[in-house]
Write a protein that binds this ligand. Structure first.
Ligand code: C2E
Ligand code: C2E
Ligand code: C2E
Length: 88
């Protein structure tokens, strides 16, 4: 069968993503907007995305899923624990 890289749930911080002015994340932002639209999920501060979609996005960036996760981490747009965002 298909081998999957072990990944935790990928949760994007939408505020940071949409505020990020760098050209580098433009495709991720566009993708997130499309997913919000498909789900009708407009009011969230965060968005959980499919591992499959991360794989597709990685191809766009000529990277691996873990490589893309690294970039997203560098830009500070990944949420490690979404519940912590709402705790304070
Ligand atoms: P679909 O893939 O046929 O999924 C139908 C519904 O099943 C979704 O409605 C959602 O309620 C549920 N569902 C499917 N997969 C998951 C999952 O991994 N986790 C959870 N929590 N629920 C799941 P929803 O959200 O209104 O989405 C409607 C359609 O929009 C989906 O139909 C799919 O075609 C598309 N879509 C939504 N989100 C994504 C996404 O993140 N990636 C992709 N590729 N398509 C998405
Ligand atoms: P919440 O909506 O109150 O959900 C609390 C927990 O219930 C989630 O923790 C998750 O464990 C479970 N849960 C809620 N909806 C689903 C679902 O559709 N499928 C599954 N399998 N579990 C679900 P989690 O994932 O740590 O999320 C914490 C909070 O982060 C959520 O609180 C919500 O406010 C936010 N969040 C996470 N992902 C999304 C997202 O894709 N869209 C939006 N709008 N909010 C999200
Ligand atoms: P989650 O809801 O906690 O789902 C965790 C994993 O369970 C998903 O990882 C997927 O492998 C599987 N799963 C859950 N529901 C379904 C389903 O209806 N159909 C199928 N084929 N698999 C399902 P995945 O795909 O990496 O998604 C990660 C998270 O992204 C989900 O966590 C959920 O929070 C969000 N998500 C993914 N697709 C959708 C969607 O279509 N609609 C919504 N509302 N959320 C989604």
């Amino acid at each position: 069968g298909v081998r999957h890289e072990p990944t935790n749930k990928i949760v994007l911080d939408l505020e940071r993503l949409y505020d990020d002015a760098s050209e580098e994340l433009a495709y991720v932002a566009r993708y997130a907007r499309a997913i919000q639209q498909q789900r009708g999920d407009y009011n969230g501060r965060v968005l959980s995305i499919r591992a499959d979609d991360l794989r597709s996005l990685a191809i766009v960036y000529d990277s691996s899923p873990s490589g893309l996760i690294e970039r997203l981490t560098e830009h500070g747009v990944l949420v490690a624990d979404p519940r912590a965002l709402f705790a304070s």
